[in-house]
Design a binder for this molecule. Structure first.
Ligand SMILES: NC(=O)c1ccc[n+]([C@@H]2O[C@H](COP(=O)([O-])OP(=O)(O)OC[C@H]3O[C@@H](n4cnc5c(N)ncnc54)[C@H](OP(=O)(O)O)[C@@H]3O)[C@@H](O)[C@H]2O)c1
Length: 275
């Protein structure tokens, strides 16, 4: 079962796994957005079942998941992929905006995991793959709320990995860098992102020019199929590693944070992000 399967990484994973013969449940908040995938599944004779599910709602998950499980009996692999970015200097982001960010990026993966876990525990096996981000390893200016949510997902996943491993359930986290998906278009700008005191790039020049831009991908952005292949590798592996950094940009950022003096690392990162 893959959440956020209507676009980007989720869609790529649904296609790849179904093409390999897995029975895929593709979940989206809107069944309409899964129309093309349903058609493709019919054309290519792929075992993809599409479901509409509001992962942000306890009530919806409590109502829909038991019905789904009654039908499919058990979910062997859950890919908590759905997520979005919230952009703006953290001091300008409202508590409600941050709450919504955590609802989707943190609480929904936990909610879904809890829903599928009884079946996994009963059969003594299962895999939960959370799609985090390189920003779950490094904080970045203007992406503080998103980074906070992905850091939280890291901590949650790491704890669960150790809690569930002895019970036969494998937990892994994927940490992509920048990939060409709907992510930048779907990114939410904090309502007050451009107001109040702004981060400065030094010498008094505000970073204001950055707001509302950056909806395009640079040459570094990768093909989401690459992340899908990492997800497949985790599913196929008998003893998958916990963390999976994907993309040269992500690997470089994680390595730089590890080896560079912190002050220097933060100087370069803030210059790059606020230039
Ligand atoms: N692309 C990147 O560069 C990148 C980098 C690092 C991490 N990631 C992570 O990768 C995952 C997939 O993102 P993507 O890159 O494939 O972006 P995407 O194309 O925008 O897809 C994200 C999916 O998440 C779901 N989603 C978005 N906002 C949501 C909300 N408020 N509530 C519930 N579901 C929501 C949507 O699913 P439905 O509309 O179908 O419900 C959408 O299909 C996310 O967790 C993201 O944080 C992406």
């Amino acid at each position: 079962m893959i959440t956020g399967a209507s676009s980007g990484i989720g869609l790529a994973a649904a296609r790849l796994l179904a093409g390999d013969g897995y029975n895929v449940i593709a979940a989206s908040r809107s069944i309409d957005r899964l129309k093309d995938l349903r058609k493709e599944a019919a054309d290519r004779n792929l075992a993809i079942r599409t479901v509409e599910l509001d992962i942000n709602s306890d009530a919806a998950v409590d109502e829909e998941m038991p019905k789904l499980l009654l039908d499919v009996r058990r979910i062997d692999v859950l890919v908590n992929n759905a997520g979005y970015g919230l952009r703006g200097p953290l001091h300008s982001v409202s508590t409600d905006e941050i709450r919504a960010q955590f609802e989707t990026n943190v609480f929904a993966p936990l909610r879904l995991t809890k829903a599928v876990l009884p079946g996994m525990l009963e059969s003594g096996k299962g895999t939960v793959i959370n799609v985090g981000s390189v920003l779950g390893r490094i904080g970045m200016p203007l992406n503080g709320a998103y980074a906070a949510s992905k850091f939280a997902l890291e901590g949650m996943s790491e704890s669960m990995r150790m809690e569930l491993w002895p019970l036969g359930v494998r937990v892994a986290i994927v940490e992509p860098g920048l990939f060409r998906t709907g992510f930048l278009q779907n990114q939410v700008e904090a309502a007050r992102a451009g107001s109040g005191s702004l981060p400065h790039r030094g010498k008094g020049k505000p970073a204001r020019s950055r707001y509302g831009e950056r909806r395009d991908y640079g040459a570094l952005a990768g093909d989401p199929a690459r992340v899908a292949r990492v997800i497949r590798k985790i599913i196929r592996s008998r003893r998958p590693a916990f963390r999976h950094v994907v993309g040269a940009d992500a690997r470089l950022a994680v390595a730089a944070k590890r080896v560079m003096p912190e002050r220097l690392y933060m100087f370069f990162l803030s210059r790059a992000a606020l230039r």
